[in-house]
Design a protein around this ligand. Structure first.
Ligand SMILES: Nc1ncnc2c1ncn2[C@@H]1O[C@H](COP(=O)(O)O)[C@@H](OP(=O)(O)O)[C@H]1O
Ligand SMILES: [Mg+2]
Ligand SMILES: [Mg+2]
Ligand SMILES: [Mg+2]
Length: 342
């Protein structure tokens, strides 16, 4: 009860309490934010679980890609133009696949950074992962290590080779998921929706893919983009001579598969993959992880590793190889300047 003669106003009490809270917050703000940071950074994610989830996401996205094509409901649009002026296509296949893949991962690990090529905030999917680990993953990956959630960046390409998808060149089409830890690619999944095959790898633990037994370097058969080639032909001829066989193909995922022992009879065989125009990390991270897991390399044209954290763009070109001296290949390439118009 208030002492005689003093009347407490409810408004005054509320203001007093708020001031009190403000003083406490001011004194303890650092402590509170540290506690929150400690709570979030303590979360860890198991990489074998994440590999199985990545495979499931790529397969579910792939089903959408296939269905939209079979029902002929592409509703093709243009997103804009690449730096070189080519039109960047977007279809219902890209968008439906994005929704399946993105939300399956986000609904399972909401606190992990997921960067997709496509965006659609208005149509959330409710799908959750059933936590099944496929038998081939259980067989080759024992346990898998746990990594802090805040060290992970996931890159997803819901439909790679959209240009070829619109042209009905379906063997080039893939869906891809990549997991980078501290910027290094550690999980790569490349799924082919139209044949149903999935290539996966967890660096240091295993893969369902393997390199071919031989690669020819005198001169190599070089696989390149068919729709974003830039000046790649001259670049390759300067490096390996005018008789070099250049194989134009769609899709960054497909071109990495062409360097390996083929998953299916659709895939051509190449010795080296070179790209000279701008490209994004969701196009190349999964292939980089697969190659790294199998002892190969994917670097810029100067031979530098690509950091898969931060911004999406890579303007330094791409050189991918396996079972050969990669730095020796770098040394054969002409001088490279990303500011040149390639
Ligand atoms: N110059 C460029 N600018 C932007 N994206 C590029 C590019 N060159 C290639 N890409 C992207 O890289 C992927 C493989 O390209 P390509 O078939 O020409 O080798 C395609 O991905 P998407 O189909 O996922 O958009 C394509 O859009
Ligand atoms: Mg792509
Ligand atoms: Mg794409
Ligand atoms: Mg695209």
């Amino acid at each position: 009860m208030a002492p005689m003669g003093i009347r407490l106003s409810p408004l005054g009490v509320a203001v007093f309490c708020l001031l009190g809270l403000g003083v406490i917050y001011h004194l303890y703000a650092g402590v509170i934010s540290n506690r929150i940071a400690a709570f979030t950074s303590k979360r860890t994610v198991n990489l074998r679980d994440l590999l199985a989830l990545s495979v499931e996401a790529a397969v579910q996205g792939g089903r959408e890609v296939k269905r939209v094509r079979e029902e002929d409901k592409l509703e093709e649009k243009t997103k804009g133009k690449t730096k070189e002026g080519a039109s960047e296509k977007l279809t219902q296949g890209d968008l439906n696949s994005h929704r399946k893949m993105y939300y399956l991962i986000k609904n399972t690990y909401p606190y992990v950074q997921v960067n997709s090529e496509e965006h659609d905030e208005t149509n959330n999917e409710l799908g959750v992962w059933n936590r099944d680990i496929p038998a081939d993953i259980l067989k080759s990956v024992e346990g898998g290590r746990d990594v802090p959630a805040d060290s992970i960046t996931i890159w997803i390409d819901p439909l790679d080779a959209t240009q070829e998808y619109t042209e009905n060149l379906l063997k080039y089409v893939t869906t891809m998921v990549c997991v980078a830890v501290d910027g290094k690619p550690v999980i790569g999944v490349i799924h082919k929706p139209f044949t149903g095959y999935t290539a996966w790898a967890l660096v240091g633990h295993g893969s369902n893919m393997k390199p071919r037994t031989t690669y020819n370097m005198n001169p190599p058969k070089v696989i390149v983009s068919r729709s974003h080639a830039g000046k790649v032909k001259g670049f390759i001829e300067e490096a390996f001579g005018n008789t070099t066989v250049i194989l134009p193909a769609g899709g960054a995922g497909y071109k990495v598969l062409a360097l390996l022992d083929p998953l299916d009879e659709d895939i051509e065989k190449a010795d080296v993959y070179i790209h000279v125009t701008f490209i994004k990390k969701w196009d190349i991270c999964a292939g980089n992880a697969l190659l790294t897991a199998l002892g190969g390399h994917m670097t810029t044209l100067k031979g530098e590793e690509i950091d898969y954290s931060g911004a999406a763009g890579n303007r330094e070109g791409l050189l991918a190889s396996i079972k050969v001296d990669h730095q020796d290949l770098v040394a054969k390439l002409p001088a490279w300047d990303s500011s040149d118009k390639h």
